[in-house]
Ligand binder design. Structure first.
Ligand code: HEC
Ligand code: HEC
Length: 262
């Protein structure tokens, strides 16, 4: 019979599949098992967790070679809330599953294709001239999924006048409102340190940033413009994270520091 004749073949097949099942069972929660080699038995569970850095996570934490800022400086993944700017920008948990990002700028399939709009962040905020590669986009999407909750793909909504296009009429109203408020320089200093200092602070490690704590000849209006619209590598700040009073306070602080210097 053919079955008997091919006995060695079938047993080999069975052996192969059971080995495969065992191997894949062991690597169940090791998405990056291919990056780990050898000597696993000596590692503790904690060691294992630390050494399991996925390519997407690594990329998320890598500093831009152009201006030295990382995705993780602006966005939270659930573990980096100690970085001050993560309070001001959306977190990326489950961003691959969102129906739209950037308040509707990227929708449908474009969400996956752009890694949730990270292509824009890469070019505008990280000042990179070569586009994200398909591999980098894939690994970012995988990272969003690995830190997200698959059952609740969270849409991020917020209030901004920078999207879908910069609304100049609303900016004017915003500028006039902020000009009518009395700024508190002490709150301004605190807010500045937290939301602007990463880039504009004296000890900033981010490159290619204009210093605005000395010789800044702008005013409340121009500061409001930058904060609400963003400018080149400067991200815009949403209404719900930085209030009109906060901007009035920050402007008061910037002006106070500059007038002392002159
Ligand atoms: C200088 C800060 C900054 C950096 C650096 C940055 N981004 Fe962004 N990102 C923004 C801003 C601003 C927005 C739009 C407003 C918001 O979502 O808070 C945004 C939006 C996003 C969104 C869409 C959020 C949503 O659902 O609307 C994703 C995903 C994202 N960024 C991923 C990345 C990745 C990945 C990197 C690194 C390659 C990166 N960003 C680098 C500032 C930044
Ligand atoms: C992620 C880094 C980053 C953060 C955070 C940031 N800025 Fe900026 N800012 C920039 C960059 C880069 C520019 C230069 C933009 C350009 O001309 O391309 C800039 C420009 C400016 C300017 C114009 C300077 C000039 O000489 O014309 C002002 C004013 C300003 N920022 C204010 C602020 C304030 C206020 C905050 C906090 C609410 C802030 N920025 C947060 C990066 C940042």
């Amino acid at each position: 019979m053919t079955v008997l004749k091919s006995y060695p073949f079938y047993s080999l097949l069975i052996f192969f599949f059971s080995a495969l099942i065992i191997i894949s069972g062991c690597g169940k929660d090791q998405k990056t098992s291919e990056t780990k080699k050898g000597n696993e038995s000596k590692e503790t569970a904690a060691d294992k967790k630390n050494s399991q850095v996925s390519p997407g996570k690594e990329f998320f934490y890598a500093k831009s070679s152009s201006n030295n800022i990382a995705c993780a400086d602006c966005h939270g993944d659930g573990t980096n809330s100690d970085r001050p700017l993560t309070k001001y920008f959306s977190d990326i948990k489950g961003a691959d599953k969102r129906k739209s990002t950037f308040m509707g700028k990227f929708t449908g399939e474009d969400v996956i294709k752009t890694a949730g709009g990270a292509t824009l962040c890469w070019e505008a905020y990280m000042k990179m001239k070569t586009p994200l590669t398909p591999e980098q986009i894939n690994s970012l999407n995988e990272y969003y999924a690995s830190v997200g909750n698959p059952d609740s793909p969270q849409e991020i909504t917020y209030e901004t006048i920078a999207l879908p296009v910069k609304d100049k009429t609303k900016l004017k109203a915003e500028q006039n409102k902020i000009l009518s408020l009395k700024g508190n320089p002490d709150n301004g200093e605190n807010k500045f340190k937290e939301s602007c200092g990463v880039c504009h602070g004296m000890n900033s490690t981010v490159k290619k940033i204009p210093g605005i704590l000395e010789d800044y000849d702008g005013n409340t209006k121009s500061i409001t413009y930058n904060v609400r619209f963003g400018d080149g590598a400067m991200p815009f700040f949403k209404m719900n994270v930085l209030s009109e009073q906060d901007i009035a306070d920050i402007a008061e602080y910037i002006m106070k520091v500059n007038s002392k210097k002159q």
